[in-house]
Design a protein around this ligand. Structure first.
Ligand code: PEP
Length: 258
């Protein structure tokens, strides 16, 4: 049975990474809202850099698009130069935060323990966390995918209260597929995402696993979205490169239902 029939509304998130000025982001959102008029039964988010969040939230107000941040810090305020708290994001009208993206793990030393603290802070301040997990190419080749997920998922969820479980989203993003043009075969993505769901069940219970949306991310584009969304455990996608143009992103959002 597909996620939508289980009450998990499909979610498409565009991660802009370090692209688009505030003005470029605002005009993208205006054009996207127009391109998506009439789209129903799916949730749409874009994640601009911190500098574009205020403008993006203003422009997105009243449209079908909501705004996510690309990261969040776990403290509410304090002497943490360069960091931004969940309270500050919520104050701008931001609805969600991507946490533990592989680029943050790789370039900024983000650990599963940090992810757990950020997830907890996001939930405490009304933001929906989108937790990224996934194995590297070497780990996949070594047959260690299940082992990696069995570490990242429970630790990342370790501070989540059961009553908050429905507000958490996970994104399975195999590192070898991010920005490489090498999408995971839909069957491979389905298999890994079913492992993620099993880890959610073991950590937070079967009901939480039934409610939790799990996205796929890694070179998603107009050419593979329909096949990915036909998989029973894939509840949406996290999109990088193809999320930077209105044409390709709106085609992804308009995926065909199986
Ligand atoms: C990402 O940044 O999370 C991502 C999946 O990027 P891309 O779609 O470009 O592979």
């Amino acid at each position: 049975m597909a996620g939508a029939e289980r009450g998990r509304t499909p979610l498409v998130v565009g991660n802009w990474k370090m692209f688009k000025t505030s003005g470029e982001g605002a005009s993208f959102i205006r054009d996207l809202a127009e391109a998506l008029s009439g789209v129903k039964d799916r949730e749409i988010m874009v994640a601009p850099p911190f500098t574009g969040l205020y403008e993006a939230a203003q422009v997105a107000e009243g449209t079908c698009i909501s705004i996510a941040a690309q990261d969040v810090f776990w403290e509410r305020e304090g002497a943490y130069t360069g960091e931004v708290s969940a309270t500050m994001l919520a104050d701008l009208g931001v609805k969600a935060a991507i946490i533990g993206h592989s680029e943050r793990r790789q370039y900024f030393g983000e650990t599963d323990e940090w992810v757990a603290k950020k997830v907890c802070a996001a939930l405490d301040h009304g933001l929906q966390p989108i937790i990224c997990v996934g194995e590297s190419e070497e780990e996949r080749e070594a047959g260690a995918t299940a082992e990696v997920l069995a570490e990242q998922v429970p630790v990342g969820l370790s501070l989540v209260r059961r009553e908050d479980a429905g507000r958490v989203t996970l994104a399975y993003e195999p590192i070898w597929a991010i920005g490489t043009g090498k999408t995971a075969d839909p069957g491979v993505a389905q298999e890994a995402i079913s492992l993620v769901r099993r880890e959610v069940a073991d950590t937070l219970g079967a009901e939480a696993a039934r409610m939790t949306r799990i996205l796929y991310g890694g070179s998603v584009g107009p050419g593979n979205i329909d096949e990915l969304m036909a998989q029973p455990d894939i509840d949406g996608v996290l999109v990088g490169g193809a999320g930077l143009q209105v044409g390709s992103f709106s085609r992804i959002v308009r995926f065909e239902k199986p």
